[in-house]
Design a protein. Structure first.
Length: 194
């Protein structure tokens, strides 16, 4: 980039002609002209002209065959569908006269076509819970005291804002919930079961 700036400076400020700049910089005449005419080297190249060019792409000769195979695969079991490699090998066997491109081009085309054919439009409904709401559920837990086990009914409360880290219960039905430090909920909840 520095060399390009020097070429432009020699031409605009020092008044050198293109032939002198070629000798001094060691570049070809066309390169110097290109540098002088171009103002922004970060411009994006528009590739939309490739689709509208006069000659057909090489993949166009076999694209109808590939599309037909991929659409037939849609009703086939998952393990029996064509891969890009299998399509390429099958084209070599059955349509070698039309195949004038390599595996990578076939693979790229098959990948794009499969994304188009198998795309899923998944919708979702956002779940919104205002802070402070909770859902209470009852579950059973095995409780051990002095080597004796007892089945207790315990409330289970998943908080929306804070996650419960630890639940402490005793045989009388008193339950303590300890939440994490990021919660807006109280640190301990004492809940008596009926």
């Amino acid at each position: 980039m520095t060399q390009i700036k020097n070429i432009k400076k020699l031409y605009t400020f020092k008044g050198k002609n293109i032939s002198e700049i070629c000798r001094k910089a060691g570049y070809n005449y066309r390169t110097i002209v290109k540098y002088l005419e171009k103002s922004d080297f970060n411009e994006k190249i528009d590739k939309s002209g490739d689709e509208n060019r006069g000659r057909p792409r090489k993949i166009d000769f076999v694209s109808d065959i590939i599309d037909k195979w991929l659409l037939e695969d849609k009703s086939a079991p998952l393990k029996q569908r064509h891969t890009a490699k299998r399509i390429f090998l099958r084209l070599q066997e059955e349509h070698s006269d039309l195949l004038a491109i390599g595996y990578r081009s076939i693979s790229k085309y098959v990948s794009e076509k499969k994304k188009e054919i198998y795309k899923e439009n998944r919708g979702y409904i956002p779940l919104e819970h205002p802070p402070g709401e909770a859902q209470v559920d009852f579950g059973k837990a095995l409780f051990y005291e002095n080597d004796k086990s007892q089945m207790l009914s315990l409330p289970k409360i998943p908080f929306v804002i804070g996650r419960i880290v630890n639940v402490k219960a005793n045989k009388y039905g008193k339950v303590e919930f300890e939440t994490n430090i990021y919660s807006t909920s109280p640190l301990y909840w004492n809940v008596s079961s009926p």
